[in-house]
Design a binder for this molecule. Structure first.
Ligand SMILES: [Zn+2]
Length: 356
């Protein structure tokens, strides 16, 4: 059996190789002898990436590894199989000469070699950036959308205004944007903003100046979108963010139409933890399944009431359709403000003031 020098060493192979001096190692296929070549490939492939930890991945032919493990089992003592040996030797060389650190748990880069075809590739761990966004101009949708019959909206979305600069700053390949809930296109998002995160795929950079990134978002969106509290996020924080179901406080500007006799202010004071039933709003029935949800209106407060102008502060459970709670949506939300107060109202504006 012909063995390469590395495998002879590894297995303390005593037998003199008189038969063959050169050939293909029957255990590792000469892989271990080519560590220096793979080291150069690693250097080349990771050029331009900012990282500190890595891992060597190796896909091997099962038969070869099996034969190796059998050879080892006949030996006294323990030794690494050729796959482990290769990963160990290449990892050690990279650590020593390039000063990166092997990380078995969460390597930033994984250099994967396929023994069968000598192919190799690089897997880059994504980076998560979290923060809160404010929307200060009406008409900006949260995600890119197509209006039926109108084509793509000309206004960019919050996800693009935020995601693109974040992705560019980290030199990623692309990104995903996720926010905890969403406000309507025509609603502002004020106060302390809404939690979001951006997942940047295959980033070449893993650090950035968040302050200038915030400025960039402001400038790109012409002050329509602002991001605050930007930071890198751990996967556990992302999971937490995904599971958030926050109460929201809304400011709603209304015009009360026609005569109204009821004492609106007094009547509204009576509402706390009002349970309402909401069928899917008619305005989104074409894209969402029709179902009934139970939600709670925590409190309603009159901020201003003069003439026929009414400004309410409404605190509601996550997932409440506020516009429909006010208008009733043709009886699809019950109870609703319109019926309760026996008034006709027009919604002038809606702002989200707080996402807890
Ligand atoms: Zn070998």
């Amino acid at each position: 059996m012909y063995l390469c020098n590395k495998c002879r060493e590894r297995l303390s192979y005593k037998e003199d190789s008189t038969s063959e001096q050169e050939g293909v190692c029957e255990l590792c296929g000469n892989l271990v002898e080519h560590i220096d070549d793979y080291f150069e490939m690693f250097k080349e492939e990771t050029k331009g990436y900012q990282f500190s930890t890595f891992l060597i991945g190796l896909r091997v032919s099962k038969d070869k590894l099996q034969r190796d493990i059998e050879s080892i089992s006949k030996m006294p003592g323990k030794t690494r199989n050729y796959k482990e040996e290769f990963q160990f030797q290449l990892g050690k060389k990279i650590e020593a000469e390039l000063h990166y650190t092997v990380d078995f748990e969460r390597p930033e880069l994984t250099f994967i070699i396929n023994q069968d075809n000598m192919d190799y590739s690089l897997w880059v761990r994504p980076v998560f950036v979290k923060g809160r966004y404010l929307k200060k101009r009406r008409g900006i949708p949260q995600s890119p959308w197509i209006k039926p019959g109108k084509g793509k909206e000309s206004e960019k979305s919050v996800s693009e205004y935020v995601g693109q600069p974040v992705c560019n700053a980290l030199e990623g390949r692309n990104y995903d944007f996720f926010a905890s809930g969403r406000e309507d296109v025509d609603a502002l998002m004020l106060g302390n903003g809404r939690p979001f995160y951006v997942e940047v795929k295959a980033p070449r950079r893993r650090s950035t100046d968040f302050q200038s990134l915030s400025k960039r978002v402001m400038a790109d969106s012409k002050e329509g979108v602002e991001v605050i509290h930007l930071s890198f996020a751990e996967p556990s924080e992302i999971e937490e963010l995904k599971g958030l179901r926050s109460d929201k406080t809304y400011e709603v500007g209304l015009t009360v139409e026609g005569e109204h006799t009821a004492n609106i202010e007094d009547r509204l004071k009576g509402y706390s933890n009002l349970k309402i039933g909401q069928k899917t709003p008619s305005r989104v029935l074409n894209i969402r399944k029709d179902k009934l949800r139970e939600r709670t209106i925590r409190s309603i407060e009159v901020k201003r009431f003069d003439g026929n102008r009414l400004v309410l502060l409404i605190k509601a459970e996550a997932g409440t359709y506020i516009k429909e709670f006010i208008t009733g949506d043709h009886g699809r939300t019950v109870p609703n403000l319109k019926d309760e107060l026996d008034i006709n109202v027009k919604i002038d504006y809606l702002n989200v003031l707080e996402v807890k």
